[in-house]
Design a protein around this ligand. Sequence first.
Ligand SMILES: Nc1ncnc2c1ncn2[C@@H]1O[C@H](COP(=O)(O)OP(=O)(O)OP(=O)(O)O)[C@@H](O)[C@H]1O
Length: 233
Amino acid sequence: MSGLIEIEALTLRRDGRDVLRGVELTLAAGERLAIVGANGSGKTTLLRCLVGLEPPQEGRVTLFGTPCRREAEFRAARPRIGFLFQDSDDQLICPSVIEDVAFGPLNLGARPEDARRRAEAALAQLDLTHLADRFTHRLSGGEKRLVCLAGLLAMRPDVLLLDEPTNGVDTENGRKLRAALMAFDGAMILVSHDDGFVAEIATRAAVLHDGRLHPAHVHTHPHLHSHPHIHED
Ligand SMILES: Nc1ncnc2c1ncn2[C@@H]1O[C@H](COP(=O)(O)OP(=O)(O)OP(=O)(O)O)[C@@H](O)[C@H]1O
C-alpha cells in the first residue's frame, strides 16, 4: 500500500443494480487522475464512497495509510481531502463569499484572522477578490464554482476530489481554474466531461464503464485547436 488513496474490490449496489463492481483505484502523491464515463456510470458515487458519504456493500477504502470503515475513521481523514461537489449550492453555506471561503480553515481550527488571510489569498489566487463581500446565493453559476474551489484551496488539503469543476465556467475563468489546479502541489481526482480540460490537466485517466474502472489514454494532437482523445485500453 503506497497511495494516498487506495480502493480495493469496491462494490456498491443500488436498487438491486451494481453501480460499482469491484473497483480498484490507487491515487499516488502528485497524481492528477481523471475519471471519465457516461452520465450515470457512477463517477460521483465513487467519489462519495471514497470519503465515506456512501457505504459500499463490499470492498476496502484506505485513506493516507489508514483503513476506513467506520464514520469516525473517515471523519479523521476528511480534513485532508477537499471535495468539490457537483452542485455548488450543496457546498456554499455562508451568506458572504469571504465567510464561506474562510469557513473551511476556521472549521479546521485556524484563528479567525488566519482563516480570513487564507481565504483572501485563495480568492486572490483565482482572481476573485472583487467577489469577497458578495452574497454567495447571488453569484452566477460559474462564480459559485470558482468560489467553492477557493474554499477548498483555503483548507490546504492534500487531495482534491473535483466533480465537474469546469461546469458553467467560461474560457477566461477556466484558464484561472486550470492555473490554480496546476499550482496545487497535492494529488487530485477529476471527474469531468470536459475533454480539453482533462487532456490539459490529467496525468492519468480512467474510464468508468459497466461499474468498473479501466485505464485510458488522454492525449492531444498539436493542432491549432487541440482535439483531446480518451481511449479505453
Ligand atoms: N441517491 C440515489 N439513489 C438512487 N440512485 C441514485 C442515487 N444517486 C445516484 N443514483 C443513480 O446511480 C447511478 C450513478 O450515479 P452517479 O451520480 O454516480 O453517476 P455519474 O457518473 O456521476 O453521472 P453524471 O456524469 O451524469 O454526473 C445513476 O444511475 C443514478 O441515477
